[in-house]
Design a protein around this ligand. Structure first.
Ligand code: GLA
Length: 391
């Protein structure tokens, strides 16, 4: 039975009625890491790993949610919104809280969800929960929240309710994703542009290190702080500098001795990454995937040495990938400290490379890496129950 049908069936079993079904995808990010909260550029895409929601209205103020993967349920009243004490419901409660704060009136609802986005792998299952539910509630209650506002309020759910000071990338791509396309988001103006990313001979392959990012929240928030510390110093001399987006490579190099060494490294990485991303988009337009891939390798070096959000396991996966001419580019992806590497790999070499890399990885770390060959899919959408297709 496919995931969508399974979720609908469980909903029916628990609530004895037919739900509305939604599909909310995970995401990859091709290049542009840790740039979103620095008002820079990112280039994510929605993927074919998703969370499915079955949702419908209730006549009272209760919200009853059931997670198939956790085999656990939680219920809360719209009039008593607070943390659940068990983490997984918080992404959903946070989204409901923000919808209320946005000024919408809604009644309670029933919700069953489940999917195949691995948790802690850096594929943004959290944004899929927040933005997926926000989108679903917008539809079933006909709230008329625009797409960009859905993005912003889902991000706020993560910032304020869950407590991770994430940027806007994950929620944005969750809502705006388009099949076969990467999305360049300008995180300062919030404008976007689609870039087709479909190549006959190349696939996007993820190697999941199977290291879950326990340092993620604390170190992530710390990097944000270090970047804003750098901006503070630079804007003292250059009042037009509001974020690292306004800093050029030339300007940052003038601050080498004026910034705390760590702060300098963090800022330098971000400034370079923005410029790399723009080059990478040009490379895409001219179908130069070799150049695109070499920029991915440079991103990894920056994330590992300057931004210091990688770990030995991710570094090793990239190092192994680099040995194969059939791999055009490889780097750690997402917030860091675990999760996946993203790799551009020639199709007919995927099986061999995946087998060899996972074997060597196991020998060195005793961990079983997983391989996901991903397809770029659409953003969150409503799906029909019978055919499980987009309506
Ligand atoms: C996490 C955050 C994003 C982004 C990335 C790093 O996925 O949720 O906002 O900052 O890390 O690029």
């Amino acid at each position: 039975m496919n995931l969508a049908t399974n979720v609908a069936k469980k909903y029916n079993e628990l609530f004895n009625e037919t739900p509305v079904l939604f599909r909310s995808p995970g995401r990859i990010n091709l290049i542009g890491e840790h740039t979103d909260y620095n008002m820079g550029f990112v280039l994510p895409a929605a993927i074919d790993k998703s969370i499915y929601f079955a949702v419908n209205k209730r006549n009272d103020d209760y919200c009853k949610i059931y997670s198939i993967d956790m085999n656990d349920s939680f219920e809360f009243s719209l009039n008593d919104i607070r943390k659940s004490g068990k983490h997984w419901p918080d992404y959903l409660i946070g989204a409901v809280d923000e919808i209320k704060k946005y000024g919408c009136s809604l009644s309670g609802f029933n919700c069953v969800f489940g999917g195949n986005i691995p948790i802690g792998a850096g594929l943004s299952s959290s944004a899929a929960l927040e933005a997926g539910l926000a989108f679903a509630l917008d539809k079933i209650f006909d709230l008329g929240i625009g797409k960009l506002d859905l993005v912003k309020l889902s991000q706020k759910a993560e910032n304020e309710f869950v407590g991770v000071q994430c940027g806007i990338m994950d929620q944005y791509i969750n809502i705006f994703g388009k099949e076969g396309n990467a999305l360049r988001i300008d995180c300062r103006s919030l404008e976007y542009q689609y870039f087709p990313f479909e190549f006959d001979n190349i696939s996007i392959v993820l190697f999941d290190s199977n290291v879950s990012h326990s340092l993620f929240t604390s170190e992530y928030n710390k990097r944000r702080q270090e970047c804003s510390d750098g901006v503070k110093v630079i804007s003292g001399d250059h009042p037009d500098v509001k974020s690292l987006r306004d800093v050029t490579c030339d300007l940052i190099s003038q601050y080498k001795s004026k910034l705390n060494p760590n702060v300098y490294k963090r800022c330098k990485y971000v400034v370079e990454e923005n410029s790399r991303l723009l080059q990478a988009c040009d490379a895409l337009v001219s179908h130069n995937l070799k150049l695109f891939g070499s920029l991915m390798y440079s991103t990894h070096e920056g994330l590992s040495n300057d931004y210091e959000v990688s770990c030995n396991e991710l570094d090793y996966l990239v190092q192994l990938a680099k040995e194969y001419p059939a791999v055009y580019g490889s780097r750690m992806m997402g917030g860091g400290f675990g999760g996946c590497t993203i790799n551009l790999v020639e199709n007919d070499a995927i099986d061999l490379i995946s087998t060899e890399i996972t074997e060597k990885y196991k020998q060195k770390f005793g961990l079983q890496a997983k391989t996901y060959v991903t397809q770029i899919s659409s953003g969150t959408n409503i799906i029909s129950i019978k055919e499980n297709e987009t309506v």
